[in-house]
Design a protein around this ligand. Sequence first.
Ligand SMILES: [Zn+2]
Length: 251
Amino acid sequence: MAASQEGTQLTSQHRRAQLALRATTTNDMKLIWPMFDGSDASYSAFVDAAINMVMARQETSSGLASAYYQRFRSAEGVAGEMIPKLAPRLGSGLIRAALFATGLAGTRRAIGAGQTTAAALDSGLVQAAGAAARLVLDGGRRTVDDTVAADPKAKGWVRITSGHPCAFCAMLASRGAVYKTAKTVAFQAHDHCSCSSEPVFSEGAIPESNRRWEQLWREAAGGQDNQLNRFRRALAEQATQAATDTAPVAE
Ligand SMILES: [Zn+2]
């Protein structure tokens, strides 16, 4: 967690705000998806409608992260001011390519696999909405990344996952903070990823969950073959265990 309690709260508020933005994006994708009737031309029209929405939301995501960064920095007791570096705006070509590679390709693949048109369209929508949400939320993640890189007081950033992250995200979180070096790794996110990042101003200020994944990684996967698969299984077992622990007692 952040070094300060206020910082921890700000991070959790920020994550919730980004998740709400993701939900709105998904919802808007659902609303315009019916423009696509299976043809290339209709898909192109759908993408045209989606582009402005994704661009605007990505800027909102960057703006949320920028405000969060400043408040978090001062909550953590860092003196002086840092003007955040907003993520670059998305180009329409990038959005177009991402939506064609997911929604259209996904629908065609599902039809090729023998699904009904309705089912294939549903699966295409899920993929297109996932890609749109990643592009949108990358705005906030990139803003934190770039500001950390430019901020002389920041030591690095740490991945903030949901309570039940996928194995890929839990694995990255298990590595703890990404400290600044000459060649710092950029934030990696997949479609549908709900992770965000928190700046680190004092070493050791790592969230409890990240420490838990780190321990699980060491116990379940460290130094063995198929590390990610072993980790995925251990994570699933832990989730089942947690569900059992909190399940209401049947009468
Ligand atoms: Zn994630």
